[in-house]
Design a protein around this ligand. Structure first.
Ligand code: TYM
Length: 347
């Protein structure tokens, strides 16, 4: 059976959006909107799996929305909304809590990293997080999920959940006229030279919102001076840049900066190395500052403008939520019929 092609992805409203979120995910969101029906979600229910200040969360939710728009996502063409406005995400997640196996969740590396040594004290939500993520995707029966490398395992879990649901309820799915499979198996789209952007201070660590040092990342809210300063201070090694990709092996900081340059320029790594092979980092960093500022400054000023207009942002979110809900409600009604949950039917 073939499913209508649809893209879904989400970003958490926790802390600053950074270059990793931009190059690993949002740039792809913008590209895909010309090819597919796309749904882009600010996942506030995921954010509260770790404590969020209730005075701060609405600002963060609006800021991620503003960043989507500032980066070029068209809220007319696509659906842009925040997760908590569409209750079906949480409703389907419960069904998935009953489909996914403990053993599957026990393998999730992100939970292990985030809960670290204090596992007993982690929220149940943090543990069940991947089931909610599967519900986000599958409540729209989405087929493609653009994400950075770190989310691959979660999208694979969503595939496992879809497959198990399709198998467990195969007879009921057929009996209700949905054919052989109700859910598609969503594909992660992890492409380009910056699927895993690393910290500017340690090329072996992922660039992350939660790193205590702001010098490890470039935020979308950083102005030109901050961007320049962070790139100039980025860790490097003493060798000049190689002219072949093989020369970047065991040089994680060099590899990262070349990947960032390639992604910002929209050209392959090989081409960047051809241009800068043999150059010192001082020369390369100057070019990287110019490129990063040229790409990010217009986003930064549009982001500032939009964050001053929360009423407009809220109208985008509520319009998007209405459109998302219409699709999600249809899926949820079908899931209830398939699972055998009695629901009110229109007369
Ligand atoms: P989040 O909010 O941590 O990150 C948002 C997106 O940015 C990507 N990303 C990176 N890409 C490259 N290099 C990095 N250093 C880097 N850091 C983050 C992430 O891979 C992600 O694509 N669980 C998700 C949110 C989510 C979701 C979903 C995604 C909830 N439901 C359904 C897709 C589909 C998360 O925490 O992303």
């Amino acid at each position: 059976m073939s499913f209508k092609e649809r893209v879904f992805s989400g970003v958490q409203p926790t802390g600053n959006l950074h270059l990793g979120n931009y190059l690993g995910a949002i740039v792809k969101f913008v590209e895909l909107q010309n090819q597919y029906d796309c749904i882009y979600c600010v996942v506030d229910l995921h954010a509260i799996t770790v404590w969020q200040d209730p005075k701060e969360l609405p600002r963060a939710t609006r800021e991620v929305t503003a960043a989507f728009l500032a980066c070029g996502i068209d809220p007319g063409k696509n659906i842009v909304f925040n997760q908590s406005q569409v209750a079906e995400h949480a409703e389907l997640a419960w069904v998935f809590n009953c489909v996914a196996r403990l053993g599957w969740l026990n393998r999730m590396t992100q939970f292990k990293e985030k809960a670290s040594k204090d596992r007993e004290n982690a929220s149940v939500g943090l543990y069940a997080y991947p089931n909610l993520m599967a519900a986000d995707i599958l409540v729209y029966r989405a087929t493609h999920v653009p994400v950075g490398e770190d989310q691959k395992q979660h999208v694979e879990l969503a595939r496992d959940i879809a497959q198990k649901f399709n198998n467990d309820y195969a007879d009921s799915i057929a009996a209700h006229g949905f054919g052989e499979k109700f859910f598609p198996l969503p594909e992660p789209l992890i492409q380009g030279p910056a699927t895993r952007v690393m910290s500017l201070r340690d090329g072996t660590k992922k660039m992350s919102k939660s790193d205590p040092s702001d010098y490890t990342r470039i935020n979308l809210t950083d102005d030109a001076d901050a961007i320049a300063q962070k790139i100039r201070k980025a860790k490097t090694d003493p060798e000049p840049l190689p002219s072949e990709a093989a020369g970047l092996e065991k040089r994680p900081e060099a590899d990262n900066l070349v990947g960032i340059y390639a992604a910002l320029a929209g050209s392959p790594r090989g081409q960047v190395l051809q241009e800068f092979g043999g150059a010192q980092f001082s020369t390369f960093k100057t070019a990287l500052v110019d490129l990063a500022v040229a790409r990010l400054a217009p986003i930064n000023s549009e982001l500032k403008r939009l964050t001053q207009d929360p009423l407009y942002i809220d109208s985008v979110l509520s319009d998007g939520a209405n459109r998302a809900r219409a699709i999600a409600a249809e899926t949820m009604s079908a899931v209830k019929d398939i699972v055998g949950l009695v629901r009110a039917k229109p007369h």
